[in-house]
Design a protein around this ligand. Structure first.
Ligand code: ATP
Length: 245
């Protein structure tokens, strides 16, 4: 019997956009996943900044639900929103590993920008050992390997340019330590930052509407989600807890 395969897609999703949805759809097919679980962070720990607060978790969750409603294999998890005292990705993955059981194949999904920062994440080497990983190319970011240890680098499987059959064979062949798969199945330069800028400047005009699912554009407009906020330069910092330990 085929093992259950689940994609775990963490992020701020402020808001969810066409790039996220394209990544999830492509991975369902290419990696033969049974489902992709979007896991909105209370506040992405590695992106926490004193300057810009993300839109409320309720808004971000609602937009994710609207964006995925018609697609049964795309789901939204409240695991991090329900437990804001446990903000680290490594803790979330450990918890999901327990919930799904050892027999499920879990793939944590991230973009090339997140991969570039991975060594700043809390217990990053343990994180990379808890599940398999899928790293998606993103325009403007190179997929480097120089920042990780030899042990981690040895587990990278570069699937860029590979066909579905080749990816299937690589997944079948993988045994032992969890692999880190690089893929270029999607090339989307949409970012949440750009959408927030559009939303602030013009209340979601026609161009911006192509960058988010229609119901999300409608939601942003209706609830004026980004009208009274501003982005500032954010530095990537080591994952910090939302509270004093
Ligand atoms: P922001 O512009 O606010 O930094 P973002 O567009 O990067 O946001 P996030 O919610 O931070 O969106 O992204 C969640 C995850 O999805 C991250 O791992 C990120 O690398 C990945 N991701 C986001 N957009 C893309 C994209 N266009 N292509 C590939 N991966 C992406």
């Amino acid at each position: 019997m085929k093992q259950r395969r689940v994609g775990l897609y963490g992020g701020t999703f402020d808001p969810v956009h066409a790039g996220h949805i394209a990544v999830a759809r492509a991975l369902l097919e290419l990696f033969a996943l049974d489902e992709v679980l979007f896991i909105p962070a209370h506040v992405a720990p590695h992106k926490r900044s004193t300057v810009r607060q993300p839109a409320s978790p309720l808004h971000r969750y609602a937009m994710l639900v609207l964006a995925t409603m018609a697609e049964p294999r795309l789901k939204v998890s409240t695991v991090e929103l329900d437990a804001p005292e446990r903000p680290y990705t490594v803790e979330t993955l450990a918890r999901l590993r327990t919930e799904y059981g050892a027999s499920a194949r879990l793939f944590f999904v991230m973009g090339a920008d997140s991969w570039a920062d991975i060594t700043t994440w809390r217990e990053w080497e343990r994180l990379l050992a808890l599940t398999e990983q899928i790293v998606m190319t993103r325009p403007g970011y190179t997929l480097a390997t120089g920042h990780v240890t030899d042990e981690v680098r040895r587990r990278i499987v570069d699937l860029r340019g590979r066909t579905g059959a080749e990816v299937a064979a690589a997944l079948e062949a993988a045994t032992g330590e969890p692999r880190i798969y690089f893929t270029d199945a999607v090339s989307s330069d949409v970012s949440a930052t750009a959408i927030r800028q559009f939303a602030r400047a013009s209340e979601m005009n026609a161009a911006a509407e192509l960058l988010v699912p229609p119901a999300v554009a409608e939601y942003i407009r209706k609830y004026r989600v980004y009208r009274n906020t501003h982005d500032s330069e954010r530095n990537n910092v080591e994952e910090q807890p939302a509270h004093d330990d």
